[in-house]
Design a protein around this ligand. Structure first.
Ligand code: 1CP
Length: 328
């Protein structure tokens, strides 16, 4: 989740005057931003500060992250020629990622660092649409109308993401998250036919670490996303975790899923929902508590600290009361 610093004044101070993608290529800044929420909220793991577009930028693709908009592509991909013009990514072009991970681990100690990358469908949606999109209409038209170009594009993007993940894992990230943020716009049949094989290849490339697989609005795709090779399935706030646990057959760990919009609710209401997520998560054999999507930039950071504290003090009892035990 994009939790890092966005709601922290110290993040905004550090980032002032530096473009988003430039900050991702500065190992010292990456380490500092990665560590800020760990120091401030005492979360149990850190997620590397970077972006799903970083490997594309490193390869030389014309991409910028525009404040208030998101990723914008200089030459959107329209056909097979455009796909074939995408440059190779040499792992050496990502050397700053290894440096950033090592700097981060020096302060993080035993606390786990989670790496991440974008899944081929979500990356392809930015390349084809040229920027953020709601309907992903051009992406779907490309997927269905030019299947050979689509498969070549997703294979290429999968290589970028696999190289990005490998750089993070080789430097010391102990788990990874594959973000297929926009896959929820697809039917399960189209997902299985045109997307799953490409995500499977990326997940298989890091089978030496636990793999979390997440998308927004993917309640109907949870089983398919598990089948792509995930050890942990990320769930947004729409599907209760006990329902998600039943859907994936009760044998897969889950991640989720507090509604980020509720972070501005009165504390007693928010706390009630945090407890509910913990109880529902007890239906799965493992549960990583997080939000159902990214932290809104306007969030009061003290609320995040309070939630982490509530989880640390109450989760063991709430999980035990909901029927979970260490022996399960
Ligand atoms: O906690 C962290 O800081 C982790 C770092 C992180 C992650 C995991 C960032 C920094 N981006 C991401 C992943 C990411 N980037 C995803 C997948 C997760 C998700 O679904 O949110 C996606 C879709 C992007 C693309 C992207 N980058 C967007 C979304 C645009 C859209 O289509 O709606 C945006 C707004 C960005 C910019 C960005 N990346 C990260 C941050 C902190 C920001 C905000 C810009 C800034 O702080 O200047």
């Amino acid at each position: 989740m994009r939790q890092a610093g966005r709601s922290l004044p110290e993040y905004r101070r550090l980032r002032a005057g530096t473009a988003m993608l430039d900050s991702c290529f500065d190992p010292e800044m990456v380490a500092e931003v990665t560590l800020q929420p760990v120091r401030c909220h005492q979360v149990d793991a850190a997620i590397l500060f970077s972006d799903i577009m970083v490997p594309l930028k490193a390869a030389g693709v014309g991409v910028d992250i525009v404040a208030g908009t998101g990723p914008v592509i200089e030459h959107p991909v329209r056909d097979l020629d455009d796909v074939r013009a995408l440059p190779d990514l040499d792992p050496a072009q990502l050397s700053m990622i290894g440096d950033a991970v090592r700097l981060t681990l020096a302060e993080l100690g035993e606390r786990p660092l989670i790496g991440f990358a974008g899944a081929p469908f979500t990356l392809a949606s930015y390349l084809i649409e040229g920027g953020p999109s709601r309907e992903h209409a051009k992406t779907k038209a490309f997927m269905v109308g030019q299947p050979d170009a689509w498969n070549e594009l997703c294979a290429r993007l999968g290589e970028y993401s696999a190289t990005f993940l490998r750089a993070q894992v080789d430097a010391g990230a102990v788990a990874v998250q594959l973000f297929d943020s926009w896959a929820g716009s697809l039917s399960e049949a189209d997902y299985r036919e045109s997307v799953l094989p490409h995500s499977r290849a990326v997940l298989a490339s890091v089978s030496d670490v636990p793999r979390i697989h997440f998308g927004v609005g993917t309640g109907e795709l949870l089983v398919a996303m598990r089948d792509a090779g995930a050890d942990v399935v990320g769930v947004d706030w729409r599907t209760p975790l006990d329902v998600a646990a039943r859907r994936v057959g009760g044998m897969t760990a889950l991640q989720g899923n507090l509604d980020p919009a509720l972070l501005s609710a009165p504390w007693p209401e928010l706390a009630r929902r945090v407890r509910r997520v913990i109880r529902e998560g007890a239906a799965a054999p493992g549960h990583i508590f997080t939000l159902g999507h990214g932290v809104p930039a306007t969030t009061d950071p003290d609320v995040l600290t309070r939630i982490v504290d509530l989880i640390h003090t109450e989760a063991p009892d709430l999980r035990a009361a909901a029927g979970w035990s260490q022996d399960n």
